[in-house]
Design a protein around this ligand. Structure first.
Ligand code: 2OP
Length: 320
């Protein structure tokens, strides 16, 4: 199995390293436009292979922005990938929203998608770059691929933050918690508290409404909290999430993972991308699960999807 990771910044490099540690892929190719970064990070990772028993071959290539021929040569190294993870673009700084990145990142993702698809026409694409719901929509529409093959990374990341905060509150290992987040990857995302459980028991039986509301909010702003602490976007959990999704697809695992999917009537939404429970496997999205949301959850989901639509409406201007 071959996975390519486009963008060797913090998130892309973490994704490549986690893929290597998972040791299921024959080859992981890390590509960046900045000379030396991919090559250096790939070599550094390969120098952990002995200690970490990694058989996966990690390769770094540079696609210079000022040399189309060399860039094409670099993308040639990614050819026939089973999965391509796109992390290219700038991360946000403290005080920025993910939508603030659309001007720069929409052009980058459009170009990267064109080049990666040319060399891996059968691949499944995982979009990580923000604003991720909108850039997933852009990648899908621009490529003309079927909706099962273009997926955005967010729900599993947000769900992991939700589980982290629940475990902190209950005082238990996170493995005892099961929780999901749906909707767009922004402050209006929908932590599904009613569905969350601790060792199979509803968390609503264990924590007060006030505490649960506090945890829901902490989850919704979880990315921003880390950006304030770090001075840039988080990378360990986002990179690990992308690698986990790529593994589920490459291994045809059939795992249900909250993923950004193109909605064509599911949850009453059309022509928009947002996070919903999806069965991931060979070919990408195998099935979208439509949960029986109550009125409040549906209203929250609609508002969250509405925020993605608002950002989608900015695409045309951003791509000029
Ligand atoms: C986050 O929430 C980078 O959007 C990503 O950390």
């Amino acid at each position: 199995m071959k996975i390519s990771v486009i963008g060797a910044g913090n998130v892309g490099a973490t994704c490549a390293n986690v893929l290597a540690l998972k040791n299921f892929a024959t080859e992981v190719v890390l590509l960046d436009v900045k000379p030396g970064v991919s090559e250096g990070k790939a070599m550094d990772m390969m120098q952990t292979a002995q200690m970490m028993h990694i058989d996966t071959k990690i390769i770094g290539v540079t696609a210079p922005m000022d040399d189309a021929a060399k860039a094409d040569e670099a993308y040639k190294a990614t050819e026939n990938s089973d999965v391509v993870v796109i992390t290219s673009g700038i991360p946000r700084k403290p005080g920025m929203s993910r939508t603030d990145l659309i001007g720069v990142n929409s052009k980058i993702v459009k170009g990267v998608m064109d080049q990666a698809l040319k060399h891996s026409p059968e691949a499944v694409f995982i979009i990580v770059s923000n604003p991720v719901d909108t850039l997933t929509y852009l990648a899908l529409k621009d490529s003309g691929l079927p909706r099962n093959r273009v997926i955005g990374m967010s729900g599993l990341l947000d769900g992991s933050r939700f589980e982290y905060y629940l475990a902190q509150a209950i005082g238990c290992p996170v493995r005892d918690i099961n929780a999901m987040v749906i909707g767009a990857h922004g402050d209006l995302m929908v932590p599904l508290t009613r569905f969350a459980s601790y060792k199979g028991r509803p968390v609503t039986e264990l924590l007060s409404e006030e505490k649960l509301a506090e945890i829901e909010h902490a989850t919704q702003v979880g990315g921003g909290t880390l950006t304030s602490l770090l001075g840039t976007s988080a990378w360990y959990a986002p990179g690990t999430t992308a690698a986990t999704m790529a593994e589920a697809i490459a291994k045809d695992s059939g795992l249900t993972i909250s993923s950004i999917c193109y909605l064509d009537g599911e949850y009453g939404e059309h022509d928009v991308c947002a996070g919903v429970p999806a069965v991931l496997g060979k070919g990408g999205i195998k099935e979208i699960t439509v949960l029986d949301l109550n009125e409040k959850e549906q209203a929250m989901f609609d508002a969250s999807v509405g925020s993605a639509r608002e950002t989608n409406a900015k695409l045309a201007e951003a791509l000029k």
